[in-house]
Design a protein around this ligand. Structure first.
Ligand code: HSE
Length: 310
């Protein structure tokens, strides 16, 4: 019998202009525990899945479960035969589903990391990363969820290039998590295939300034540096209250705000003393459109994913 535990943090991707590029890990963790047992005379792999917390009761408990699917992909890539084994999976999910806080990235990453710890010839870290990114489709949640801190990622013909920076010291993540879900697929489907050169230049300037402002702790620049023209404008029709939430947050002292990932959660950087007021201000933006939202404050996580074998 072999057993592994994995903890993977939530993350807020894009940070406004850094579409599919930037992501920051926050201290909200999904946990996964997998026991792998040999069954005498057993043939193809069996799986038993138990989920608690977010999504419990509606997450698939069979082949459709994305943690299990990700584990299988890793086993395939590492040429590990699962024949004759039973996998007992326990998921403890704290990251709200389909809200823009990286729940699917965390699920996929936890699956590949757990499987990698269980197989005889594990893949190196870069291959694990690239597999998780291929399964997820974009790197901006996976990189910070794996390494912690601020991830800056680029895809280069299947390779994942990244820079990892520490999370900005002295800041908190204030968020409002609305009660409705929004699938990333739907939020990507509203984006145009082509953008204006002027809008591309606008985002290049903002995202460069954003990284510089975070690295240099020049937090006064964040508000303007988080402006975006590549996705938020198109997505606001899917997120009623988004603009009001961002406006409220600014008035409550937010340093900068953005749609979190593909949404519908809205995120703001805030100083610790103002963070709760900012989160409440974000939530009032949703309330103005009759939508309930949970106001929450998180520390950023510099740790990333943690794997322990027993
Ligand atoms: N960068 C992705 C998007 C994040 O905005 O669609 C999804 O988690």
């Amino acid at each position: 019998m072999k057993q592994v535990r994995v903890k993977v943090p939530a993350s807020t991707a894009n940070l406004g202009p850094g579409y599919d590029v930037l992501g920051l890990a926050v201290e909200l963790y999904n946990e996964l525990e997998v026991r792998m047992e040999k069954v005498p005379g057993g043939r193809s792999a069996k799986v038993e899945i138990f989920s608690q917390g977010e999504g419990a009761g509606r997450l698939p408990q069979d082949e459709k479960n994305i943690v299990w699917q990700s584990m299988r992909e890793l086993f395939r890539a590492a040429h590990f035969s699962t024949d004759g084994y039973v996998f007992k999976i326990r998921q403890t999910n704290r990251i709200p589903l389909a809200r823009g806080l990286g729940s699917s990235a965390a699920a996929r990453l936890s699956g590949v990391l757990a499987a990698n710890a269980l197989c005889t010839k594990p893949l190196n870290e870069q291959r694990v990363l690239e597999l998780a990114v291929r399964l997820e489709g974009h790197p901006d949640n996976i990189v910070p969820a794996l390494f912690g801190g601020l991830g800056i990622s680029a895809l280069d013909q299947g390779k994942v290039l990244y820079v990892r920076m520490p999370a900005p010291p002295g800041l908190r993540a204030a968020v409002a998590v609305p009660e409705f879900e929004l699938s990333t697929k739907k939020a990507r489907a509203v984006l145009p295939k082509k953008v204006l050169h002027t809008d591309a230049v606008f985002n290049v300037s903002r995202v460069s300034m954003l990284v510089g402002a975070l690295a240099g702790r020049n937090y006064k620049l964040l508000d303007r540096a988080m402006d975006d023209r590549l996705h938020q404008t198109y997505r606001k029709k899917l997120v009623p209250g988004l603009e009001q939430a961002m406006e409220n947050a600014r008035k409550a002292g937010a340093l900068g705000s953005a749609l979190s990932g593909a949404g519908p959660t809205v995120f703001a950087f805030a100083e610790p003393v103002r963070a709760l007021a900012v989160a409440n201000a974000l939530a009032r933006g949703f309330a103005s459109r009759g939508i309930k939202a949970q106001a929450r404050v998180f520390n950023f996580s510099n740790k990333g994913a943690q794997v322990s074998c027993q």
